[in-house]
Ligand binder design. Structure first.
Ligand code: 2HA
Ligand code: ZN
Length: 296
């Protein structure tokens, strides 16, 4: 039988634990590896000071089955605070509240958890992880509401919700008007790739108290149209199909914000991309850019 072994060492590339005659660990599963790599990459980008930011992933049925031998079902059900009936019964891999994303790679079992939702999508219970105690991220209601909206609008394709304290975006929320059109045009015009990576644009929220149901609802409203929500003076939420595309989206938005700040710092643009340029990009890549972002 497979057994959960707390391991701190990875086998060399190409050599699996099984080949070495050792027990398989839950952290050898590819969705775990993807999560751990993304948490580490985000921390290395400087987006996760202390316990800043959080990441959740909705497991596939196959992944939940592969992880099931490592789960226990004896923890109490807890209220989520919001209702996500379309996600009833789903399993989420989530950051622990107060845990540091940079520590995830050292001890996933202490910093992460897998939480199972009840059938009504109103409660969760921890079925793996947080071995030193704790609860899922304070932004769990926001994450789950975003998952819920994205599940519907993408037909279940989106599985990743990522929140990061991205410095250039945060700085820019002090300078740019907090408006979806202003932000989308600014970011698209910072770098040609942006309209291709987030053709839907970005949504922007004014400052709100974090961690609660209100900001969760407001963010999930934006997620009906966008894959990116900017939280003024706080950071960024991104949604995507995979760890790679969601990390790439966050990276692209943050990089564009950084470029835009540099343009402002250099005295403002002398010339910039035009609506015609965006229309040409859309034609080349077969994209439909929302009309509201194509006004001069
Ligand atoms: O996890 O980022 O918004 C800490 C936060 C709260
Ligand atoms: Zn935050």
């Amino acid at each position: 039988m497979m057994k959960w072994v707390v391991g701190r060492f990875r086998p060399p590339p190409g050599i699996t634990w099984e080949k070495r005659g050792m027990d398989m660990r839950i952290t050898d599963l590819s969705f775990m590896q993807g999560y751990i790599r993304m948490a580490t990459d985000g921390a290395n980008m400087g987006w996760h000071e202390r316990n800043g930011g959080n990441l959740t992933y909705r497991l596939t049925a196959e992944e939940a089955e592969a992880a099931a031998p490592y789960m226990t079902f004896d923890k109490p059900w807890e209220d989520i605070g919001v209702a996500v009936p379309n996600l009833g019964g789903a399993f989420f891999l989530a950051t622990g509240s107060g845990k540091f994303l940079r520590n995830v790679c050292l001890a996933p079992q202490d910093n992460l958890c897998i939480a199972q939702l009840n059938e009504a999508g109103t409660q969760y219970r921890v079925v793996w992880g947080l071995e030193q105690g704790g609860r899922p991220t304070s932004e769990f209601p926001s994450h789950l509401m975003n998952h819920s909206v994205k599940f519907d609008v993408t037909g279940g394709k989106h599985r990743v919700i990522y929140h990061a304290h991205t410095p250039a975006v945060i700085a820019l929320t002090n300078v740019l008007e907090l408006d979806d059109i202003v932000w989308t045009r600014a970011l698209w015009s910072a770098m040609t790739e942006c309209a291709v990576v987030f053709p839907g644009g970005v949504g922007v929220l004014p400052w709100m108290v974090c961690g609660g149901a209100e900001i969760a609802k407001a963010t999930s409203e934006l997620m009906k149209q966008y894959d990116v929500a900017i939280w003024a003076f706080h950071g960024t939420f991104a949604s995507g199909e995979s760890f790679d595309t969601t990390f790439g989206l966050m990276h692209c938005v943050e990089k564009a914000a950084d470029i835009y700040l540099r343009i402002l710092s250099a005295g403002g643009a002398k010339q910039t991309m035009t609506t015609e340029n965006f229309v040409a990009i859309a034609a080349l890549f077969g994209l439909t850019l929302p009309e509201k972002f194509l006004q001069d």
